[in-house]
Design a protein around this ligand. Sequence first.
Ligand code: PGA
Length: 251
Amino acid sequence: MRKNIVAGNWKMNKNLAEGLELAKAVEQSLQNTKVNCEVIIGTPFIHLATVAQTIDTSVLKVSAQNCADKVSGAYTGEVSAAMVASTGASHVILGHSERRAYYHETYDILKEKVLLALENNLTPIFCIGEVKEEREANKQNEVVKAQLEGSVFNLSAEDFSKIVLAYEPVWAIGTGLTATPQQAQEIHAYIRSLIAEKYGNEIAENTTILYGGSCKPSNAKELFANPDVDGGLIGGAALKAEDFMGIVTAF
Ligand code: PGA
């Protein structure tokens, strides 16, 4: 059976003290609440080691939001997958639309990042999704297919079964516009059909596909009720423990 997951993506928010406080608040709530999903927080790099050493990572897992596409060496400013893993983080968000758009991450760069993450026993949370113009031209299926083929369909079946996918329509990220539950279900089912075609039904059925884009406590239940929506990748609403927990408890 596939896992339900709610993962926070803090993006470039919170200094170290604020981040530690938020992580502890979420951990505390999780200790006191029965939840039906795995819970992850995606913090900036600088928080990873402190957060992972402070909280109980069997209750709340820790993710990076990026890693380098190189193993090690003279790449000033970069952070490798091995370094991320050495902090106690277990996951890494890769292919976020902001990384693709602002930092020019191509299919090939992302392919390398995914491979390095897996080599270092990190679980990639791999993001795909179309921009507004592509949705308006009804090209969303084509776009997500190309993104999967470009960066993760090269993986062996064994490796592919270790990754988590996140469908995030770019027009819904941080805009307050959410995909309707029907739109989410439709494309999640399509993504799962592509996985089935490539890797077979069993792997497709076991792949966790998260929805991301203006997911909040008020719409999470409706989104997660769909058979092919296995949780969420949460930006803005992950910055307050109460809002984030409102989504976590939607399962
Ligand atoms: P949002 O961001 O929840 O603020 O729309 C989601 C994301 O970018 O992962």
